[in-house]
Design a protein around this ligand. Sequence first.
Ligand code: TRP
Length: 335
Amino acid sequence: MSKQRVLTGITTSGTPHLGNYVGAIRPAVEASRNADIASYFFLAYYHSLIKCQDPEIVHQSSKEIAATWLALGLDTDNALFYRQSDIPEITELTWILCCSAAKGLMNRAHAYKAAVQSNEESGEDPDFGITMGLFSYPVLMSADILMFNAHKVPVGRDQIQHVEMARDIAQRFNHHFAELFTLPEAQVDDTVAVLQGLDGRKMSKSYNNTIPLFASEKNLRKHINKIKTNLLEPGEPKDPDDSTVFQLWEAFASPAECQRMRTEFANGIAWGEAKKQLFELINEELASARQRYNELMDDPGHVESVLLAGAERAREISVPFTQKVRDAVGISRMR
Ligand code: TRP
C-alpha cells in the first residue's frame, strides 16, 4: 500500500515568529519524522511574488525560512523539502489547470473578493491594483497540490477554500481527460494553539505584534517584557485564562508545568517574575535550534544543497507525472 501523502506550502514573505512556530512549523517538523507519511514541504516562491514585489525581501525571507525549518529538525531524509521554483512542471501544470478552472469559481476566491470589495468601498475601479497573479492564486496552489497527488493538505482556516477549489479543478480535469488527480482534502488542526501577540490580539505580521522565533536571547527577553498585562500588583491573584503570558506559557510547557503556573497565578506571582520564567521556558526550547539556525544562515551552501537534493527527488515524481498530464490533453509525440 502506498503511503498517505501530506503536502503544504510555505509563503516566503516574512521572518518566522513564535506564532508560526507553534501553529505550523512545530507540528510540521513532527510530522516530517513520521515514516508512515510521505510529507512534502516547499517554499512557495511564486505565491510570495503575488504579495511581495521586493526581490531582497523575497530572497532574505526564503533563506530565513529554509534555515528555520532545517534548524528545528525537519527530517529531510523522510520528508521532501524543495523550492516550488525548482520544479518547473508546477508552473506548466498551472497553465494546463487554468484551462480547466472556471473563471466563475476564481471570482469567488476570498482574497480576490476582498481586494475587489476594498476597491469598491474606496470608490476605485474594481480591478484597481489586482494582478492576474492574485486572481489565479488558487490555480497555482492547485498545481502544487495536484502535482504530487496529495491526500491531505494541512492549512489554516483561510486556506480551506483554496483546497476545495483544487478538488473542483481536479474533478473537472479527471472527468474531461483522464482520472489522473487524487482529490485532496484540507486538514485543519484545531488542537494547535493560535498564539496571542504582544498586544493580546492574534500574533500576526500584519498587527506588528510578533515575537521573532530566533531573536537573540537579549531580544527575546525584551519582547517578552513588552507583553501587555494588567495593572495587578505582586501578591494579587491573577487570571491565567485572561493572560497572554499564560497563553504563551501553555504553548511551551508540559501539563504539569501549566498546573504549577496556574497555582502561581492564583498566588499572585508578579508579572515580572512570570515573564522571567516564560523567557526561560521558551529560551530553553529554542536555544539549540537558534544556534543551529545561526550556523545555517552563515552556510547558505549547505541549505542550497539540501533544497537541491529535495528538488531532485520531487522531480522524480513531477517529470513523469507531467508527461502523463501532457498525454492526457494531447501534448505528446507525433504518432
Ligand atoms: N497559500 C498558502 C498560504 O498562504 C501557501 C501555499 C502555497 C500552500 N501552495 C500551497 C499551502 C499548497 C498548501 C498547499 O498559507
